[in-house]
Design a protein. Structure first.
Length: 244
């Protein structure tokens, strides 16, 4: 398969790229971060594209270059994303708009551009990286929760429109994952690791490869009848409404 992964320079996107390389995919990563360093770790067959998912021209270029280089495109995983932790009173209009631009528009554009190609070339599959916070709210995460709820709902709309075109569309909803994003929040003292572990029946946060495995499943023929779903990868976090 031929895959394009946004946010592939680190975290969940990088781990997904590793997984897809291992399964034999031709892999392109797109990121505004250090793509060359990621490519060094992933292998020289990987196509590393620098670009911003908010920018339609960058996304067009990434999709076109992937198709031109590898001769097609079967799968897109959208993992580029940002988080912010601050009281709702303090969220500026700019910060809110940027969250929506990166997490929502930045997921939509790669999916849209790829789906246009897929619709004329035998179909494909799109996997959005959502979040458990796309399904429930949380204090100090208003903009983030709004963006992830939008991703989940957008995924459902796209599934209705693109399913008949042979394009499967799904989302993965991780709990906390041990990535640079979460490590940064832990380092800044604004991530309640103990609280997350206590709420999670499996007693821990996830490793990036556990999210990659779910994205791999949803993008593969193994999930050929799975369409329009949000797959939580959360150790039971959503299932547990009990406060410790
Ligand atoms: N880590 C978690 O606990 C967790 C939990 C649930 C959902 N998620 C979601 O998973 C996705 C990946 O998160 P992560 O933990 O791997 O984060 P991360 O910060 O470790 O990696 C995100 C990557 O996206 C890239 N990126 C950000 N904005 C971009 C832009 N405008 N254009 C191009 N690239 C951009 C960054 O450069 C980075 O390489 C995000 O959408 C995040 O919301 C993460």
């Amino acid at each position: 398969m031929i895959s394009l992964i946004t946010g592939g320079a680190q975290g969940i996107g990088f781990s997904t790229a590793q997984h897809f390389v291992r399964r034999g995919d031709k892999v392109a990563i797109m990121d505004r971060g250090p793509v060359a360093e990621a490519r060094e770790k992933l292998g020289s067959d990987v196509l590393a594209i620098e670009g911003d998912v908010r920018n339609p021209a960058d996304v067009d270029a990434a999709v076109a270059l992937t198709i031109e280089t590898f001769g097609g495109l079967d799968t897109v995983v959208t993992s580029a994303g940002i988080v912010a932790v601050e009281p709702a009173f303090d969220v500026t209009a700019e910060a809110f708009m940027d969250m929506m631009a990166v997490n929502v528009l930045g997921s939509f554009l790669p999916a849209q551009r790829a789906a246009k190609y897929m619709s004329e070339n035998g179909g494909g599959s799109i996997v959005f990286i959502g979040s458990v916070y796309g399904s429930v709210g949380a204090p100090k995460r208003t903009a983030y929760c709004a963006s992830k709820g939008a991703v989940h709902n957008m995924m459902q709309s796209l599934a209705t429109e693109w399913g008949p075109l042979g394009i499967r569309v799904n989302a993965v909803a991780p709990t906390g994952v041990r990535t640079p994003m979460v490590q940064d929040l832990i380092d800044r003292g604004i991530y309640n690791l103990t609280g997350v572990r206590n709420r999670t029946p499996l007693g821990r946060i996830a490793e990036p490869n556990e999210i990659a495995a779910a994205a791999a499943f949803l993008s593969s023929p193994e999930s050929s009848m799975i369409h329009g779903i949000v797959l939580p990868v959360d150790g039971g976090w959503i299932a547990n409404g009990y406060t410790w």
